[in-house]
Design a binder for this molecule. Structure first.
Ligand SMILES: NS(=O)(=O)c1c(F)c(F)c(S(=O)(=O)CCO)c(N[C@H]2CCc3ccccc32)c1F
Ligand SMILES: [Zn+2]
Length: 263
């Protein structure tokens, strides 16, 4: 699919903290969301998502995270509304997590870390014809961020957790069908924070409208433990490294304002 990011992976840093500050980049992600400094914007509309499970294609370990990729050659998985003027198309979703439940998210809320964070990556299909084009443009991407907390088992996530042992090593891919990403959204998607920032992995381009949900989703301790059974390394490498702590450190806000859709 257009959004399979093989070519991008070659730029990936094994340690993944990536460059701390991108040359000329002062609107980087992730950030800490200081709730008291957010500004309520009554113009922000509710988010409108429409996802088609039939367009789910594969799940793979790209040596940084595991991602579920969707066919984004047609307008079947759309995101609009919220802070967005255009219609965006889902290309993939992936997660970030820690080695323990004490940390793992990329964004923080009043410096509070969550054990993991889900990102649904969309590109502006009104203005561009390929993900690769949109990645380089200021209004090219929209990523929904959802915090994960450890609690009750997430029934919808289990189908994905059951597929992880088959992609333990870097560059392993398996077919993954009929997964509805909508089942991973929290019940309330009207309350969110939004700001302009960047990808948190190479190419770190400042092309992302971030939409971070206020409401988290819950997954069980055992489900999250399976994430940690993945490996950064490929089957051929003699030293296997657990895929954990695959998050970027918070970046300076640099005068940006984080808007909230709720008071
Ligand atoms: N936190 S994040 O939302 O910024 C983010 C990631 F954290 C992440 F890991 C990936 S990736 O595809 O697994 C690795 C590519 O760099 C992407 N993938 C994007 C970035 C570049 C690219 C190119 C083609 C398809 C998808 C992506 C990503 F947008
Ligand atoms: Zn991410």
């Amino acid at each position: 699919t257009a959004c399979s990011s093989k070519y991008v992976l070659s730029q990936m840093h094994p340690m993944w903290q990536g460059p701390l500050v991108v040359p000329g980049g002062d609107h980087q992600s992730p950030i800490d969301i200081a709730v008291r400094k957010t500004v309520f914007d009554s113009e922000l509309k509710p988010l409108v998502t429409s996802y088609d499970p039939e367009t789910c294609q594969q799940i793979w370990n790209n040596g940084y995270s595991f991602l579920v990729e969707y066919d984004d050659t047609t307008n079947k998985n759309t995101l609009k509304g919220g802070p967005l003027r255009d219609e965006f198309r889902l290309c993939q979703f992936h997660f970030h997590w820690g080695e323990t439940n004490d940390w793992g998210s990329e964004h923080t809320v009043d410096r509070r870390l969550f054990p993991a964070e889900l990102h649904l990556v969309h590109w502006n299909s009104d203005r561009y014809s390929l993900f690769e084009e949109a990645v380089m443009e200021k209004n090219g991407l929209a990523v929904i961020g959802i915090f994960l907390k450890v609690g009750k088992r997430h029934e919808g996530l289990q189908k994905l957790v059951d597929a992880l042992p088959s992609i333990r090593h870097k560059d392993s891919v398996v077919e993954f069908r009929r997964f509805d990403p909508g089942c991973l959204l929290p019940s309330n998607i009207d309350d969110y924070w939004t700001y302009h920032g960047s990808l948190t992995t190479p190419p770190l381009t400042e092309s992302v409208t971030w939409i971070v949900m206020k409401q988290h989703i819950e997954v069980s301790h055992d489900q999250l433990a399976v994430f940690r059974s993945l490996l950064f390394t490929s089957a051929e490498e003699d030293v296997q490294k657990s895929m954990v702590n695959n998050f970027r450190v918070q970046q300076p806000l640099q005068g940006r304002t984080v808007r909230s859709s709720f008071t």
